[in-house]
Design a binder for this molecule. Structure first.
Ligand SMILES: C[S@@+](CC[C@H](N)C(=O)[O-])C[C@H]1O[C@@H](n2cnc3c(N)ncnc32)[C@H](O)[C@@H]1O
Length: 270
């Protein structure tokens, strides 16, 4: 995704131009390019030849820092066409999923492509992410976002209602972020490798209940758990370190389950 830290930056490289917490811009360096901000502008040609970790002067004074983009930067710099899953939630989902370099995973819906980006980064160049969405315009937005992070090569995007099935099998994990995941359980069950997990994200407790009841009644899943992640940031000042006075009170809930073979299945059919 990114060059080694010792290499100098050139046209085509991606840089997170960081001024402060509210001003962070994911930029692909191109000839003639200019990044304009309310704190001043930076010409791409003034970034070329520097290294990650360097700083560059802004036209109106002060500096911008040149950082190597991390996948987490996607959340804050992507064009969003849908609600997205935030790091506090997707990080737990990814750890629970057990995926790593070389894994094959599916995701629906793709939405703005934030989770797709994280999955693509985790599975690496040898892995595959199969991303499905019922809306072509959402897929196009996600495609453009993934391209900006340089991760499109390991992602297969397809317009599809996943309640009607997906054309892949033997997956290491399936991620769902859609309004009615309980209607996609047959699809998930067929596509997963036996014993591998599904990770479901839903914004309301009503959806958690419907999902868990459906998972139990399906018969093809076990080890079913529901979670909510609360994250509190701290303001650190000498003698006055404390939690930030505002925190995000609600995003969504996570449901985890593993595929089991509810009926004996011949090894050839798994
Ligand atoms: C909240 S967005 C997903 C956001 C994504 N997780 C992210 O972080 O960028 C939900 C997406 O699910 C898609 N969707 C809804 N029902 C679907 C279905 N049956 N099959 C495939 N996609 C579906 C919607 O079009 C929408 O783009």
């Amino acid at each position: 995704m990114t060059p080694k830290p010792s290499r100098v930056l050139g046209y085509g490289d991606r840089v997170l131009v960081y001024i402060d917490d509210k001003r962070r811009f994911l930029v692909e360096l191109r000839e003639g390019g200019v990044l304009g901000t309310d704190k001043g502008f930076v010409r791409h040609r003034d970034i070329v030849g520097r290294r990650y970790g360097d700083r560059v002067p802004l036209s109106r004074g002060g500096y911008a820092y040149l950082l190597e983009p991390l996948p987490v930067d996607a959340v804050y710099s992507y064009r969003r066409v849908t609600q997205v899953i935030y790091p506090k939630d997707y990080s737990f989902m990814v750890i629970l999923s057990g995926i790593g370099p070389g894994s094959r995973v599916a995701e629906a819906g793709v939405g703005s492509g934030v989770v797709t980006t994280i999955l693509a980064w985790i599975v690496g160049g040898e892995g595959r992410v199969y991303g499905y969405d019922i809306r072509g315009d959402h897929l196009e937005a996600a495609r453009a976002n993934l391209e900006r992070m340089g991760l499109l090569d390991r992602v297969v995007l397809e317009k599809r209602d996943i309640r009607e099935g997906v054309p892949v099998e033997g997956l290491d994990a399936f991620f769902l972020d859609m309004p009615d995941p309980w209607r996609a359980l047959d699809t998930v069950w067929v596509a997963l490798r036996p014993s591998r997990p599904v990770l479901i994200y839903v914004p309301t407790v009503n959806q958690v209940e419907k999902t868990v009841v459906a998972l139990r009644e399906h018969g093809g899943f076990m080890d079913i758990h529901s979670y909510e992640i609360l994250l509190r940031e701290y303001i650190v000042e000498k003698g006055a370190t404390r939690p930030a006075s505002t925190m995000i009170g609600h995003t969504g809930y996570i449901v985890f389950a593993r595929k089991i073979l509810s009926e004996p299945v011949a090894a050839d059919n798994i």
